[in-house]
Design a protein around this ligand. Structure first.
Ligand SMILES: Nc1ncnc2c1ncn2[C@@H]1O[C@H](COP(=O)(O)OP(=O)(O)O)[C@@H](O)[C@H]1O
Ligand SMILES: [Mg+2]
Length: 369
């Protein structure tokens, strides 16, 4: 899929901006603080319902304005159709439209537009806590399912989230009665199949990751992915694990085991440990995972997601920029790259991007010389 129009209003210092991107490589240039990342944040917001730089109410809305507004039109390949979505986010509340209709769940918007973003905080996928890694798996599952016209994973996910909330409320109130049994049952009924989906996804991601890593960071050897379901699944079914944990959970007031604690990790068997990765290698690893996810999406959903690369040149050396860009150009994916200037790798590869130059929050189109 590729975005044909992106309109942004009141995102950080950008008052209004409109871009008509090319289906291939797009470059957003400008000085530090001009508003380049803000444009990618706007696109990411429409695709994820959240920014990659914190909550909407913590500074995404332009000072003095009421709400962030993002509108996009995009072309889908399979089936061929033009789609559009708009989101007005006030921090606490939001209003969304998809293909001319109001949406009641932010998830509906997010399932429509597939964007994969690599930004300076992405290394947290490798070095940080489990939440972004869990989100990555669930993103893949939502989108693939959506493209196939199903909603089983989403249904299980919502059912599990609801049951977890109920169980935690009981635990917090120290209520030990039949209701706990009922929610444990519900958690297990939703959580077991949910976990099978996640495990399968991680298994499918691994060969995609290996293909990307072979090309991008061959010096580290082949990475492997390990899935952790969130409880000792090889020893106990989830229902039993919840029962075993119940006394402890009542003491602490929350559910300590289950798919909400799921995680996965990447390892390079040729290296002594993840800790041995340099910061640059952790970034390349995170980028490899994101590109693997994009490729998996392409292979299963039938088209490439939009790929956004914030500050590529300051995140990657030239050699790695070249490898990434080569891969993306040959994939045919739509790509957005930001930078204070055109990455030298683009010239080396003879790629002519569509250029948008941002000055003090205003976008000026201009042809690359
Ligand atoms: N809520 C806000 N209202 C107005 N300006 C903001 C807000 N949040 C951040 N900014 C300004 O927006 C700019 C951030 O833009 P950013 O997209 O990060 O720039 P770039 O990626 O081009 O370096 C900075 O100049 C910052 O001071
Ligand atoms: Mg930036």
């Amino acid at each position: 899929m590729h975005v044909t129009r992106l309109r942004v209003g009141s995102v950080r210092r950008v008052q209004v901006a409109e871009l008509l991107p090319a289906p291939g490589i797009n470059l957003i240039t400008g000085d530090n603080g001009a508003g380049k990342t803000s444009l990618l944040e706007a696109l990411h917001l429409l695709a994820y319902g959240r920014s990659f730089r914190g909550r909407v109410r913590d500074g995404l809305i332009r000072t003095g304005d009421e709400a962030v507004e993002v509108f996009a039109e995009w072309q889908e390949q399979s089936p061929l159709r033009l789609r559009k979505a708009g989101l007005r986010h006030l921090g606490q509340r939001w209003e969304g439209r998809l293909d001319g209709e109001s949406v009641t769940q932010l998830g509906e918007l997010c399932a429509a537009l597939a964007v994969v973003t690599f930004e300076p905080g992405s290394h947290a996928l490798v070095t940080g806590g489990g939440e972004p890694r869990r989100r990555l798996i669930d993103w893949g599952l939502f989108h693939v399912e959506q493209a196939e016209g199903g909603h089983e994973f989403l249904r299980l996910w919502r059912r599990y989230a609801r049951a977890l909330k109920q169980r935690n409320q009981l635990l917090k109130a120290r209520i030990r009665d039949g209701q706990l049994d009922a929610w444990d049952h519900e958690l297990a009924e939703a959580g077991e199949p949910l976990t099978r989906y996640r495990q399968r996804y991680v298994e499918q991601l691994e060969p995609e990751l290996q293909a990307v890593a072979d090309e991008l960071i061959p010096s580290l050897g082949r990475p492997v992915l390990g899935f952790q379901p969130g409880w000792s699944r090889d020893q106990l079914p989830l229902a039993d694990a919840l029962l075993v944990a119940r006394d402890r959970d009542l003491t602490y007031g929350y559910t300590s085991v289950g798919p909400h604690r799921a995680d996965w990790r990447i390892d390079y068997p040729a290296l002594p440990g993840r800790e041995a990765l340099s910061r640059g290698q952790a970034k390349l690893t995170a980028l490899s995972i994101l590109l693997a996810q994009a490729a998996h999406h392409a292979h299963t959903a039938g088209e490439w997601p939009v790929v956004a690369l914030d500050d590529l040149a300051s995140e990657l050396d030239r050699n790695h920029q070249c490898r990434v860009l080569q891969r993306l150009v040959s994939s045919g994916a739509q790509v957005f790259i930001t930078g204070t200037e055109a990455p030298s790798a683009l010239q080396g590869l003879d790629i002519r991007p569509r250029v948008f130059h941002v000055e003090r929050g205003v976008v000026l189109p201009r042809d690359v010389a």
